[in-house]
Design a protein around this ligand. Structure first.
Ligand code: SF4
Length: 315
């Protein structure tokens, strides 16, 4: 299948069969995110989804775990999701685990019975972009939720039997607020009991609205040492049992991975070692070099900034 956009999923899903059911993200507004910004959101037709299932089945594939892409597959209407789940079970009767990304709003929009139905039909892990433990940061970044809404949504999916997995981002609160964010996020995660926590430490892209804030000084980025210290503080404060934690600082090629609390000391020691290596050097910022190669594909072939300005003028 021709895959449109960047393949993006949690590392725990790397062995799952990725079945695209939509292109892009139905929300597409988080200020820091460049994943699907150049794509026009659309749902893929059922025929195309079935073709892909058929292709994999004919090749002898027999996946037990499937990940539905892209940005917010849980946002599809429940009837449509059920149609997809039914087809999956026809082609792959041994598949017992269907996972996907979700936003808080997409969960809150579904009734309790819908959540139960989806669980009964194989939906297990939902990956939520929690990002920060601070409401003002969530608001600034234009996430579609606050803490209270996220807690309500997580309680609902857990009541239906599904597992909550958290995507977080060190650096999201900006310079000087890493510790504050880590403590607040630890409180949130201690209350909500995620199974997986994935830290995609924040990259600073030039083609996202956040970059304008960096240019005008309304957002000051943290350097990588502050991000590592933030992660250290978070790990120290996390209390859950059997949390699979995976933290990426790809810009400096550092990864901190383990099961909490069992591996906590080893993970903290690794962070201490990297912090000691970097803290006396010039600060390193995770700026993505170069321009987005797909910028010319943006809506109506206009640049992102033109689109942002046009939107502002119509509000
Ligand atoms: S919901 Fe996720 S994929 Fe969509 S814009 Fe926000 S961070 Fe990006």
């Amino acid at each position: 299948m021709n895959y449109e956009g960047q393949i993006c999923r949690a590392p725990m899903e790397r062995a799952s069969f990725m079945l695209p059911v939509m292109v892009g993200c139905s929300y597409n507004r988080c200020k820091f995110c460049n994943l699907f910004r150049h794509l026009k959101y659309r749902e893929l037709p059922m025929e195309q989804i079935e073709e892909e299932l058929k292709r994999v089945a004919e090749l002898g594939g027999n996946p037990k775990k499937i990940f539905l892409g892209d940005g917010n597959a849980f946002g599809l209407k429940t009837e449509h999701l059920m149609e997809i789940l039914d087809k999956i079970h026809v082609y792959f009767p041994e598949c017992y685990c269907i996972n996907m990304d979700a936003t808080v709003t997409s969960i809150l929009r579904k009734a309790e019975e819908e959540l139960e139905l989806l669980y009964k039909n194989g939906v297990r892990h939902l990956y939520l972009g929690i990002e920060s433990g601070l409401d003002d940061v969530l608001k600034f970044m234009e996430k579609d939720h606050d803490q209270e809404q996220a807690i309500a949504a997580i309680e609902r999916i857990q009541k239906a039997g599904m597992l909550f997995d958290a995507h977080i981002m060190t650096g999201v609160a900006g310079k000087g607020r890493g510790t504050e964010n880590a403590e607040a996020l630890a409180d949130f995660l201690n209350r909500t009991h995620p199974r997986h926590v994935v830290n995609f430490s924040m990259f600073l892209h030039k083609e996202v609205p956040l970059y304008r804030h960096i240019e005008d000084g309304t957002f000051v980025p943290a350097d990588e040492v502050e991000n590592l210290r933030e992660e250290r503080c978070l790990l120290e404060h996390l209390k859950g049992n059997e949390i699979l934690y995976d933290g990426f600082h790809d810009f400096i090629e550092v990864r901190v991975k383990g099961t909490l609390p069992k591996d906590k000391e080893r993970m903290l020691a690794k962070l201490d070692q990297v912090i000691a290596e970097y803290e006396h050097r010039e600060p390193v910022y995770a700026y993505v070099r170069g321009e987005c190669p797909d910028l010319e594909k943006c809506e109506n072939h206009r640049s992102l900034w033109e689109m942002e300005d046009a939107k502002r003028m119509t509000v």
